[in-house]
Design a binder for this molecule. Sequence first.
Ligand SMILES: C[S@@+](CC[C@H](N)C(=O)[O-])C[C@H]1O[C@@H](n2cnc3c(N)ncnc32)[C@H](O)[C@@H]1O
Length: 297
Amino acid sequence: MSPKRDREDGSNDGKPQHERKPKEEVTHPRKRFYRARAHSNPLNVADFDVPTRPDDLDWSEHFPEFLQEWRDRQQQQQQQQEAGAAAGPSSSETPAVRFVDIGCGFGGLLVKLSTIYPDTLMLGMEIRDKVSAYVRERIAALRREQPGSYRNASVLRTNAMKYLPNYFKKGQLTKMFFLFPDPHFKAANHRRRIINTHLLTEYAHLLAPGGWLYTISDVPELGEWMKAKLEAHPLFERVSEEELEADPAAGLLALSSEEGQKVARNGGATYRNVYRRLAAPRKVAPAAADAEAEADA
Ligand SMILES: C[S@@+](CC[C@H](N)C(=O)[O-])C[C@H]1O[C@@H](n2cnc3c(N)ncnc32)[C@H](O)[C@@H]1O
């Protein structure tokens, strides 16, 4: 019998079996090897390096192919300009991270966003060591499996409640995601919540005017808490349902992440609150703002 040649997908190159190169198998990380404690105390954890300022971080370690391609394009355009040819529109600004997924967990949102916005650099930030290692491996495996894809997504381990300004400059971000943040139910632990008045001011500083801050929770009380904090903050306004309908990212909030999928499997309800960073502060009743700020403490 003649050796079996082409498979239907053409992946055998028409060669007999003994001549075929073994296809490189891409192994994906398995979550069970990256299990970690459910929570870290965000007020304590600090055993990782943090850049002193955003310029100290070498982003080409996170996005090597993406940035190399940009540099090659820049060089090409410069050569064309020097040769007197029309070189088309160019942006000399080095690409920077625009989207962040804060507390990204196992990275489900990040990998979905990566293919929807392939030209945007995005970063997951996760405090748990093993969980951030899992996301790093997950992205590396996806990049190997689908060359050219996922090179705009990366992850780093950090405490986002403490160090965001060490990574990003004023107005740099256009989208910030907070999917199913830890609820910290006890009143004594509310100061650990990642949405609070003080941190919203920091997020407003890092968001470009017009940038969006996305939140979702399955805990009604936390959904209300986040909404109340955002409503009382003068630098944010609620995004309308019509705008959310038209926004691909808003449609991902409930089901893209691992936590969201768990909530859906258990039939839980979700509470989505998305706000826009205003260019100038709006008027907020001072009593409401003060009450929310006091409740954080
Ligand atoms: C309930 S999980 C949700 C994970 C993910 N967003 C999802 O929807 O599947 C909350 C995540 O936030 C992370 N986290 C909590 N505090 C953090 C902090 N200060 N900085 C970075 N990550 C944090 C936790 O380790 C955890 O992975």
